[in-house]
Design a protein around this ligand. Structure first.
Ligand code: SF4
Ligand code: SF4
Ligand code: F3S
Length: 266
């Protein structure tokens, strides 16, 4: 890794909330500053670059021209195809137009978060803007899906470092997620799993069983059908994750979780 050249990255933001970027910059191992300052050349990103406006767009164009076929395109956000793309425009151009242009010369695409992988909240029924994930628009490039709302920062950093170190995609599962982080369900590494297996469940958020730390399945936990690394890598430098904080997993790394999730229907 010390001897590899800095891989150019173009990072687009479309229909999103920017918390995927927020998560990424909090990666602690590897620490994100080491990646951004030493391992990659983050040539374009609306949130982290010093340039803005025409200067920023010129930097992106320069990268697309100079490193055609070499740069990695990261995409945060879904793309609205409704109303001819007018729901998300940047500098007068639609997200779809910008995506198609940036994807053409990319070596590979990383779809960050559930917005880019599945459409996320924008695609929740009735999906008024026709929010569309990246793989449904770009068909001729390798796409790595890194779902989650947001994905874990260390997972994002791990994917980038793998690409930089080995010069190829990480091993992916059948729907395009890195196996290293998405091969197991949250349920498989949950520290409350012994309670599940023993049939010990919290019935309400404030009963004695909840205080005992019993399984949250009856409170809507989606851990048994959610593939993510939360139980092992955890969040905030390995401090905790939703289940450890007392709430079930809402399946934020699975498609359609806004329509399927346990959002307190009583
Ligand atoms: Fe925000 Fe979630 Fe979309 Fe990431 S996946 S940009 S955290 S809404
Ligand atoms: Fe499985 Fe959720 Fe229970 Fe953990 S809390 S054991 S993930 S159902
Ligand atoms: Fe998301 Fe479930 Fe992890 S809600 S953060 S996949 S525990």
């Amino acid at each position: 890794l010390e001897t590899t050249h800095r891989v150019p990255i173009i990072w687009e933001h479309f229909q999103e909330c920017t918390c995927c970027s927020e998560s990424f910059i909090r990666s602690d191992h590897p620490i994100v500053a080491d990646i951004i300052l030493d391992k990659v050349s983050l040539d374009y990103t609306m949130t982290l670059m010093a340039a803005s406006g025409h200067q920023a767009e010129a930097a992106k164009k320069a990268t697309m021209d100079k490193y055609k076929g070499e740069y990695i395109l990261c995409v945060e956000g879904s793309v609205p195809l409704g109303d001819d793309g007018n729901y998300c425009c940047i500098a007068g151009r639609s997200a779809k137009e910008i995506l198609l242009e940036a994807a053409e010369g990319a070596k590979a695409i990383i779809a960050w978060g559930s917005c880019a992988c599945n459409g996320c909240v924008q695609a929740a029924s009735p999906n008024p803007t026709n929010a569309t994930p990246i793989h449904k628009i770009i068909k001729n490039k390798p796409i790595i899906k890194v779902p989650g709302c947001p994905p874990i920062g260390e997972v994002m950093a791990g994917v980038v470092v793998h690409m930089v170190t080995f010069g190829r995609l990480p091993e992916l599962d059948r729907i395009g997620r890195p196996k290293a982080f998405y091969a197991k369900r949250v349920h498989d590494s949950c520290y409350r799993r012994p309670y599940y297996d023993a049939g010990l469940f919290a019935e309400t958020f404030d009963d004695q069983n909840a205080k005992n730390g019993y399984c949250l399945y009856k409170l809507g936990c989606k851990g048994p059908m959610t593939y993510n690394a939360c139980g092992t890598i955890k969040w905030n430098n390995g401090v905790s994750y939703p289940i450890q904080s007392g709430h079930g997993c809402i399946g934020c790394s699975e498609a359609n979780f806004w329509d399927n999730g346990p959002f307190y229907k009583r």
